[in-house]
Design a protein around this ligand. Sequence first.
Ligand code: ADP
Ligand code: MG
Length: 698
Amino acid sequence: MFLKTPIEYLKGVGPAKAEILQKELQIFTFNDLLYHFPYRHVDRSKIYKISDIDMVNLPYIQLKGKISNVHSVGKGQSERLVADFNDGTGVIELVWFQGAKWIKQSLTLGKEYIVFGKPAEFNRSYSIVHPTLDEPEDAANKMYLHIQPFYNVSEKMKVRGLDSKAIMKLLNQLISDSRFDIEETLPDYLIKNETLLDRKQSLINIHFPKSLVMLNEAQKRLKFEELFYAQLKILRFKQNRTQLYNGIQLTRIGDYFNTFYNTKLPFELTNAQKRVIKEIRADVKSGKQMNRLVQGDVGSGKTVVALMSMLIALDNNYQACMMAPTEILATQHYQSLTQLLEGMDIKVHLLTGSTKAKQRRQIHEDLMNGSCHILVGTHALIESSVQFNNLGLAVIDEQHRFGVEQRSKLWHKNTYPPHVLVMTATPIPRTLAMTLYGDLDTSVIDEMPAGRKPIQTIHKYDNHRLAVYGFMKSEIAKGRQVYLVYPLIEESEKMTYKNLTDGFEQICREFQQPHYHVSMVHGKMKAADKETEMKMFIKGITHIMVATTVIEVGVNVPNASVMVIESAEKFGLSQLHQLRGRVGRGADQSYCLLLTDFKLSNDARQRIKTMVETNDGFKISEVDLQLRGPGDIEGTIQSGILNMRIADISKDNALLMEARQKVIDILEKDPKLENPENIVLNSYFELYNKTSRWGSIS
Ligand code: ADP
Ligand code: MG
């Protein structure tokens, strides 16, 4: 109850400051303040030697010594005050760009100071810009010689005297109150087995750690708790679903599957493909509804896995459908399926936004009377007018563009929800997958079909464009085809369009002699025109496809062996990887050429470097997560699940897996969390679920 007290009643707050705390940090109660965690700590418990700076390698350090010399350097804008600081083991420079006059007056040569700041190296000597200076006696009295917390505060707060130090004092006030107490939210046995710090000690040490070790323990405990309850939520959701819905039981492997496997399949399946098909088969005959995510890098052969799963549905007298995010893709799936199934008595229909009314009526009829076995389409397929006779399996390709809502619409296409197979070529880092799709079972196709040569990726600055054109010509002369992609710059669609058309014209001029055919596709074209251009390329009539990222997902032209990406620095990593995946689909050596500006930001450089170094989509997705953080990864922004207070999906991999495993174990033994030892979980689960602000639990 104490922690529910409105913040204005904390000593040193009062109505005026309470209002600021509420407005700026959403701190309404003592508990909210307690959950305003520091964004970093600085170890001021030690004093280091200048001679050790090289070895210490800390972002912030504290030194004790004397100032021997103060002088101004530079003129005008770049004028700065420089002081030599000596601790008997070495000398570093202290630098001020602002307030030079005042600082110069206040410094006393030869007097002892404690200097605190961030050392920077330049020309093999160190300096600290805008250091904090304290006199040793002073420092001892203050809280400085500890591990000091730093809090996020806004400019408005600073002006009103609520800076980081003030927040620190308020927290100190709160924690030293005799009524301060914290309930445990995890069962005792879990705390013991996982050697976790208890909740009270964690909440104290997260602010005022007794040591760096304790800080670590406190963070670990609070992260674990957060991840644990998030996984409990996801896994209970899954538990509910598997209990509520019975699945269609697909027990038979029959003629469709066997005929295809024995006489139609044009290649040997990879071991990974075989394994995933087995996993799917086990799911669909289990009597439970399947919800499986198949992750497989571009080109790993997901389509045939989908097809063979659909054939199992057909063998059990059910229909199947396959959804793709774009018309081009749906059409291509339709074409490759009909090709693979040629000569078999299987009726496949294609339904997209541009299917004519008459044809549409026919499709509806065939679906209802059961004569259509497989329906391929875009999201036109989930419109309520589309009714199946008995849908047994729905495959969703490239799922992140669909979203959970649309996914669940499929469930209602049948009395029993059909099995759902989700296929994604956008590798998702494991932690993110567990957090976002933790309710789905996952399969991974982690092997490429034999005989593929790894794509060679080369980075060129765009002043080498002519050399790149030369290379394109030599590849085309060998009979290959080339993609040339321009970025889509969201702020300025007009610009993009101009880049694209200029590029197109330049390419046309450049490739007149010998006369090569050039096509162009972009998002603004009519679907039918796009289609025509794509078809020309697929058939091999055009040699060069100039495009925006509309070709990003799924398109399969095995003869295309060169992917040139203009302004590659403007693309995200996963997008670059997706684009690169358009080549390397045949037996030929393929190339990806990344053209960039000469000037590159650090992140852009890292992205290009990663692309050049690896073809492994999972590695790339990990780097992507590190560079961008989870918030920016496609499709995660709206997902409240990622609103973590302290855990970091991009870093706390091991802890997440541990928490998840614990949840799985506990739910297995005690599905309803009824055992006395687990009661605490049940009650806090409700609480965590009710509030999006986890901190408001006390
Ligand atoms: P993705 O996983 O990107 O959807 P696809 O299913 O489009 O990949 O397959 C890419 C290409 O690889 C296709 O041309 C397909 O026919 C071929 N393929 C798939 N599996 C194999 C295999 N086991 N051996 C050889 N080629 C394969
Ligand atoms: Mg595909």
